[in-house]
Design a protein around this ligand. Structure first.
Ligand SMILES: O=c1ccn([C@@H]2O[C@@H]3COP(=O)(O)O[C@H]3[C@H]2O)c(=O)[nH]1
Length: 268
């Protein structure tokens, strides 16, 4: 079967992604109400009963809003590093001791045949992480909520067959937008969010021929549009000499209000 995934919802109104293979199904973040996550799972013919655990990237509410409720409703273990556990302790409510699992940044954990690696990212949270998933030779990487892509992150996500990468904002739209200047500065900073241009620059370095598609994620509803994001990413790649035909590499959409279709990592 290999790795399949669906981005259930992406953006500052709530983030959740399902990654599964033949023996394991994991939820990455639970940033919407449990009721909404249940609805989104149902849209992809899945139920919370089928989940084996929840991996947390960081403590911001758009990533943990429904975390405690999902864990309690389905008796799910939650995996997060120690600093993130500390940061979510109030928001998450009562969690059974057995469901409080530590997955330290940089650590690898095998969920039967699905291997998960966490890697540190740069964001204004206690100890934010992204995740890579491996099944045999297949690799899927998920990296959102990062202001800057370090060499370590590049290494962690390089050679992924499929990548879910943040393209949060168009810099001009953000500059001209309605947010107060201190928030704009924070979003533009190294611990903020990746712009479309930065996402394209990273992809131009990462595309070695193995990565077949990238889902552009966590788009700002105020300061971005999917078509603009795709155009800017593509232009940024071409400016750096990285040309591709759609048959070799594709940019794919994520949505804040509906799940992406199931995607099999092994498919071309
Ligand atoms: O001090 C701050 C600065 C920013 N933010 C978030 O960053 C997000 C960037 O994408 P967005 O435009 O969809 O939404 C923005 C906000 O949700 C925040 O919550 N607090």
């Amino acid at each position: 079967m290999g790795i399949s995934f669906t981005v259930l919802s992406s953006g500052s109104t709530g983030n959740a992604t399902v990654v599964r293979n033949e023996d394991t199904t994991l939820l990455i973040d639970a940033g919407l109400s449990a009721k909404r996550i249940d609805e989104l799972l149902k849209e992809r013919d899945l139920s919370g009963e089928e989940l084996d655990g929840i991996l947390v990237t960081h403590e911001h509410s758009d990533h943990v809003k429904g975390l405690g409720a999902m864990a309690r409703k389905y008796n799910l273990p939650i995996y997060a590093n120690e600093k993130t556990w500390f940061a979510i302790s109030n928001a998450v409510g009562q969690i059974a001791d057995d469901n409080r699992r530590i997955l330290e940044t940089g650590a690898t954990r095998e969920f039967e045949s699905l291997r998960v690696e966490s890697f540190g990212i740069s964001h204004d949270a206690a100890e934010p992480v992204g995740y890579s998933f491996y099944d045999g030779a297949e690799k899927l990487s998920v990296a959102t909520d990062l202001g800057y892509v370090s060499d370590k992150v590049k290494q962690a996500i390089s050679d992924a067959d499929v990548l879910v990468l943040e393209a949060n904002h168009d810099v001009e739209m953000l500059r001209m937008g309605r947010y107060p200047w201190n928030i704009k500065r924070r979003i533009l900073s190294d611990i903020g969010h990746l712009s479309n241009e930065m996402a394209g620059a990273i992809l131009s370095e990462l595309l070695t021929g193995r990565t077949k598609r990238t889902y552009l994620a966590h788009l700002s509803r105020d300061h971005n549009m999917m078509e603009l994001a795709k155009m800017t990413v593509r232009d940024a790649m071409e400016d750096r000499g990285c040309f591709y035909k759609d048959s070799e590499f594709r940019l794919c959409d994520t949505y804040y209000d509906r799940p992406t279709p199931w995607d099999k990592v092994s498919e071309p």
